[in-house]
Design a protein around this ligand. Structure first.
Ligand code: FES
Length: 109
């Protein structure tokens, strides 16, 4: 697997305590703003795949809107159910645009 960067949104559209999600190859990813710091996650909840970008963000945690599983936004750790962590993703800002990196197949088509 290699890594590929994808544009998420202008930095100005992502406010503290919010998340922006994009779908890549059918999978949701999100960038969260926690007090001005950005964090990327695979945003499909490990329970039934609801998008965590639509969850309730409190500090550096997000609570899934479906059945209230909670995750640490900074690490991806599931705080309610051990062993159901999600994956952190690198984030960067280039010319005021937010980008997220995701794994990409080596043999792309
Ligand atoms: S889908 Fe997230 S807690 Fe059920």
């Amino acid at each position: 697997m290699s890594e590929r960067w994808f544009r998420v949104c202008p930095r100005s559209e992502l406010k503290s305590g919010q998340a922006k999600s994009i779908t890549i190859l059918g999978r949701p990813y999100a960038v969260f703003d926690v007090g001005g710091e950005l964090f990327g996650l695979d945003s499909a909840c490990k329970h039934m795949r609801a998008n965590l970008a639509n969850g309730k963000i409190v500090g550096h945690t997000v609570e899934c809107f479906m059945h209230k599983w909670r995750y640490d936004i900074k690490s991806g750790q599931c705080l309610t159910n051990e062993g159901f962590d999600t994956t952190s993703r690198p984030v960067k800002i280039v010319e005021d645009v937010v980008w997220i990196a995701v794994e990409w197949p080596e043999n792309e088509f």
